[in-house]
Write a protein that binds this ligand. Structure first.
Ligand SMILES: [Zn+2]
Ligand SMILES: [Zn+2]
Length: 392
């Protein structure tokens, strides 16, 4: 069974929804219009209940099957990124400096397509919750929804997520059991020395020189303190201090990211960043204030739930197009918060056009491939119907 015929019929409609969302992107926790659009569609489809208010703009549609049974959640994200779009598409972003560069417009449209089909056919027993979460990028809308009672308000046996993957051919599903996406922490280091005239460095205490020692030393955390068979990253992405040729500034601010899978590795990265930054600054008679803010835990796919997703993906895409991910990615994903609470799995859906036109996620020329819409929606529906089968 490839793409479900009835869903193939929705292709143009789903593409129109997707392009409308693409033209009106909204940043994390500001998805007011998007949330409204989702609510209006769910109402139009005749879902049994629409739950709003979780994580500000989050929406959950409740769809009841023909008989009693289990319950599952299907989750999409709705937010866009602070990127200036450069696609020149007719439906390019109308919100200056904001762009659907991660394909969450497509994720929302695919889940809406699935909701439409499920509400129309109800060919299952039990309950399907279609979960539209805000703020996947940086602000952990998934965590907020969990904290605001997602799983209490919507008691479900399992939850599933999906992300488009433009570098993989259209219609290919990539799966992985266990650690799949990395845990993420945002690092901030504020070094305070003593500003002075650049010609008289002996009158001050140069925080730029101290920052340089710290950046170098941070490179040794992964290389010298982490088991070489474990994965870890410490990257400094910004150093800001001073503004002119001949002035030594008072302060330097450094920003960075840390990534890992095993909690012990995360703890070592944190203690390493703190120890080296404060210790080096102290050795120069300056101070370093260190923040290591853990943003997302690692995304760990449950083995049994992943097997269920494979079964659904194979039914839609065929055996040959459902492939294991060769290795996890150091990218982060806030679906991790849902998987921390609930059995489930997160799958990747290829959207590559195969003509070299595909910009990667978070690129100003990226555009979700509309051809993936019926494939993703069919996957959602197939998963729901397989997990919540009709009993007679
Ligand atoms: Zn993203
Ligand atoms: Zn994304």
């Amino acid at each position: 069974m490839p793409v479900i015929n009835r869903i193939a019929d929705y292709q143009a409609e789903m593409a129109a929804w997707r392009r409308d969302l693409h033209a009106h992107p909204e940043l994390a926790l500001q998805e007011v219009r998007t949330s409204q659009v989702v609510q209006e569609k769910l109402k139009e489809f005749g879902v049994d209940e629409i739950i709003t208010g979780m994580a500000r703009t989050g929406v959950v549609g409740v769809i009841k099957g023909k008989g009693q049974g289990g319950s599952i959640g299907l989750r999409a994200d709705m937010d866009a990124l602070p990127i200036h779009e450069e696609t020149n598409l007719p439906y390019a972003s109308k919100n200056h400096g904001v762009m659907h560069a991660c394909g969450h417009d497509g994720h929302t449209a695919m889940l809406l397509g699935a909701a439409k089909y499920l509400a129309e056919t109800r060919n299952f027993d039990g309950i399907v919750y279609v979960v539209f979460q805000p703020a996947e990028e940086n602000l952990a809308g998934g965590e907020i929804m969990v904290k605001e009672g997602l799983f209490e308000k919507c008691p479900m046996d399992m939850i599933f997520g999906m992300h488009n993957w433009p570098t993989v051919p259209l219609g290919t599903f990539l799966w992985r059991e266990g650690p799949t996406m990395a845990a993420v922490a945002n690092i901030e280091i504020n070094i305070t020395g003593k500003g002075c005239h650049g010609a008289h460095p002996d009158h001050g205490n140069d925080p730029i020189v101290i920052a340089a020692q710290i950046v170098n030393a941070l490179q040794t955390i992964v290389s010298r303190t982490i088991d070489p068979t474990d994965a870890g990253v410490v990257t400094i992405g910004a150093i800001n201090g001073g503004h002119i040729y001949n002035v030594i500034p008072e302060t330097v601010r450094m920003l960075g990211t840390a990534r890992w899978f095993r909690p012990e590795v995360g703890d070592k990265l944190e203690s390493g960043v703190r120890r080296l930054a404060t210790g080096i600054a102290a050795s120069f008679d300056a101070t370093a204030e260190v923040m290591f803010n853990r943003a997302f835990p690692a995304t760990i796919n449950d083995g049994a739930a992943t097997q269920l997703t494979l079964h659904a993906a194979r039914a839609v895409a065929g055996e040959a197009s459902v492939r294991p991910m060769s290795r996890p990615t150091m990218g982060g994903e806030d679906f991790a918060f849902m998987l921390n609470e609930k059995q489930g799995s997160y799958i990747m859906l290829g959207g590559g056009r195969g003509d070299g036109r595909d910009a990667n996620l978070h690129h100003p020329k990226y555009d979700f491939n509309d051809e993936a819409l019926p494939i993703g929606a069919s996957y959602w529906v197939t998963l729901a119907e397989q997990l919540l089968p009709r009993k007679n």
